[in-house]
Design a protein around this ligand. Structure first.
Ligand code: 5GP
Length: 183
């Protein structure tokens, strides 16, 4: 049987976004949850596709109404998983993937212990730094903060059900397909 609720976590810049998008391209039956965030869109990001971009007040309203399955502050912004689309897909027996941070992963494991937690790791810290710098979307202070958080996330490896090293996208996606028993 394939895993129903899958959490893909891992440090900023490791390539989670690229990996989950390639996974959904190869396995369109997988539902990728679209998070809400107070972060501003990056140039290549569009509303409703990468994130639902909200103001702080709008985000707070979602929290108050209980509309988020989990939420966390990350590097100065709020991020959260809309509850309804995820619960509906799970009810319909679809595999759902949440691409979220470590704090979110922990909340999900607590509220939905059947969730399967995967940690996506970089081949090395040097490579992670290189990828983050190459992405060029953060100011130097924010990049430093993200690298600091990354170290903590990598130390939490034993909390995960599986670890995938993102050496290259195709092999990472292949490992995920095997781990999740996707047809
Ligand atoms: P970014 O700003 O680079 O898009 O995302 C920053 C971090 O927030 C990443 O580790 C990403 O996985 C995480 N993130 C994205 N959406 C959510 C969410 O809905 N909940 C939580 N807890 N983290 C999220």
């Amino acid at each position: 049987m394939s895993a129903k609720l899958v959490v893909l976590a891992g440090p900023s810049g490791v390539g989670k976004g690229t990996v989950v998008r390639e996974l959904v391209r190869q396995k369109p039956q997988v539902f990728l949850s679209v998070s809400v965030t107070t972060r501003k869109p990056r140039p290549e990001e569009s509303h409703d596709d990468h994130y639902i971009f909200l103001s702080e007040q709008e985000f707070e309203n979602e929290v108050q109404k209980g509309n988020l399955l989990e939420h966390a502050q990350f590097a100065g912004y709020m991020y959260g998983t809309p509850r309804k689309p995820v619960e509906e897909r799970i009810k319909n027996d679809q595999t759902v993937v949440l691409e979220i941070d470590l704090q979110g992963a922990r909340q999900i494991k607590k509220s939905m212990p059947e969730a399967f937690l995967v940690l996506l790791k970089p081949p090395s810290i040097e490579e992670l730094k290189r990828r983050l710098i190459e992405r060029g979307t953060e100011k130097p202070e924010e990049l430093e903060l993200r690298l600091k958080v990354a170290m903590g996330e990598l130390e939490a490896e034993k909390e995960f059900d599986a670890v995938v090293i993102n050496e290259d996208v195709q092999s990472a996606v292949g490992q995920l397909i095997t781990l999740l028993h996707l047809k």
